[in-house]
Write a protein that binds this ligand. Structure first.
Ligand SMILES: Cc1ncc(COP(=O)(O)O)c(C=O)c1O
Length: 384
């Protein structure tokens, strides 16, 4: 009873990262030697080890997953108004990398089982103007991408695979992030591997690699003409300090993934018989769930709303995060006269209105997971 009360009074945040001793050793080395900006041994080490882990040839470390998407998209050299297919239900970064470059975003709805982009719709929306598709894997399972990849290859449509949430995940036993012409990752504090803030682009194509490296670093000129720039780039460099953390984290990737799956299975064991919610299974035919976060989707006609439920959880000191807000409803895009035609994305709407995720961080303890799951179960069964 006492233990229960103590947990009740303790705030459980939606994410607690897990850091290991190796990160501290590596970061201390940077501080001791003064290699604190983007120059220094760890950036290249992290790029090499992360690309090797994902079975890709080249890696370009950058300052965020959003920056990785922008650079990857720009490296494709597409023309104004070329069409790029993206999911409506995603982080805004997916749309920004298209819109900021003057390309035309073509939205697709979601699949209600996987919460990923609906692959049949992707194929239907391919037109002569389609030049790229951003395959965005969301929450736990990868997009079932076989058909898309086959058609894209045949039609010479470029694929950017956004694997920000899928570090270490596989699709038919092959690493997510090894499928696109370019793939992108995020190392924000809630990702499987974190550098605080950070991102990475992977590719097997030397030309794209060179272009991405240049875009990350202001497209500096060469030799004596260093300050005569080749293109409009960004300063999206990753620091040696961040890469030092990444190298330490990557050493523990197997432990990290095992723990994520343990958290997911623990939640499933307590919540699987709650008939008012839908939770994802721990595996599909092509992948085991990697549980980047543990999502909850309210079924229809429960008699209460998602917002009521998350407020109840917060009263028990449990923080949650609502699912993404879909792109076709973003005020800022409407102001820009985007997505004004009354196209329907009922599944993206349903997910964004009825979904949220529970504390799923690597630093969250088993006691906390059990407390969260049991509190949610009690609310759903009207016991509190
Ligand atoms: C699928 C996806 N892509 C891109 C990003 C952007 O990454 P960052 O926050 O590092 O900019 C995120 C962030 O959560 C994400 O979930």
């Amino acid at each position: 009873m006492k233990r229960k009360l103590r947990l009740k009074n303790k705030f459980i945040p939606v994410n607690i990262p897990k850091l290991f001793n190796q990160e501290k050793i590596n970061v201390k080395k940077c501080l001791d030697t003064g290699w604190i900006s983007s120059e220094g041994e760890y950036v290249k080490k992290f790029e090499d080890s992360f690309s090797k882990y994902n079975k890709r040839i080249y890696g370009v470390a950058v300052s965020s997953g959003t920056g990785a998407l922008e650079i990857a998209m720009k490296s494709l050299n597409l023309k104004k108004n070329d069409e790029v297919i993206i999911p409506s239900f995603s982080i805004i970064s997916t749309a920004l990398c298209v819109i900021k470059l003057g390309l035309k975003p073509i939205l697709v709805d979601s699949n209600l089982d996987t919460w990923n982009m609906d692959t049949d719709q992707v194929i239907k929306k391919i037109s002569k103007k389609t030049k790229a598709i951003v395959i965005t894997h969301i929450y736990g399972f990868p997009v079932d991408m076989k058909k898309i990849l086959r058609i894209a290859k045949r039609k010479n449509i470029k694929i950017i695979e956004d694997a920000a949430e899928m570090i270490g995940q596989t699709y038919f036993k092959k690493k997510c992030g090894s499928f696109g012409d370019l793939s992108t990752f995020s190392f924000y504090a809630n990702k499987h591997i974190t550098t605080g803030e950070g991102g990475m682009i992977l590719t097997n194509n030397k030309k794209l690699y060179d272009k991405c490296r240049s875009l990350r670093n202001l497209c500096f000129g060469t030799g004596t003409h260093r300050f005569n720039h080749n293109d409009i780039g960004w300063n999206y460099r990753m620091t040696n300090l961040q890469a030092a953390m990444g190298c330490g984290q990557l050493k523990n990737i197997t432990r990290i993934i095992n723990r994520k799956r343990e958290i997911g299975k623990r939640y499933i064991s307590i919540l699987s018989r709650c008939n008012k919610i839908y939770i994802q299974p721990d595996k599909l035919k092509y992948s085991k769930n990697i549980f980047w976060v543990f999502g909850i989707l309210l079924k229809r006609n429960t008699g209460f709303t998602r917002d009521w439920l998350v407020k109840k959880l917060l009263k028990s000191n449990i923080q949650t995060r609502n699912f993404f807000y879909p792109m076709h409803k973003q005020k800022i895009f409407h102001k820009m006269k985007l997505f004004l035609k009354k196209k329907k994305f009922p599944n993206a709407d349903y997910l964004s209105q009825n979904g949220f995720y529970l504390p799923s961080g690597l630093g969250t303890s088993n006691k906390e997971i059990d407390f969260v799951a049991k509190t949610l179960k009690n609310i759903l069964e009207n016991k509190i």
